[in-house]
Design a protein around this ligand. Structure first.
Ligand code: FES
Length: 95
């Protein structure tokens, strides 16, 4: 099974198995890893995290909480993005 690994400031916090159609935020919750959140619908940007390895599909069109320049820099919104392969995620993105 593919794993999501969560990091904070480059230090691994934990990992959890990817589940089909389950957003990254929910998988983090199940693993006991706290990611800040607000709307949980892709609008506010509070759950912004950065992919440090792997790929996660971005919804098309991109949600309001995720600007193009952020996408280019590897950021995703944990509340709506779903991983379909192993990924490493920094939960404290340096913005
Ligand atoms: S919690 Fe608002 S965009 Fe994810």
């Amino acid at each position: 099974m593919a794993l999501l690994r969560f990091f904070r400031n480059g230090v691994i916090l934990g990992s959890a198995e990817i589940e089909e159609d389950v957003p990254i935020l929910e998988i983090a919750d199940q693993a006991g890893i706290e990611i800040p959140r607000g709307c949980t619908s892709g609008n506010c940007g509070t759950c912004l995290v950065k992919l440090i390895q792997g790929e996660v599909p971005i919804p098309d069109p991109p949600p309001p909480g995720l600007d193009d320049y952020l996408i280019e820099d590897g950021y995703i919104l944990a509340c709506i993005c779903v991983a379909d392969a192993a990924c490493d995620i920094e939960t404290n993105p340096p913005l």
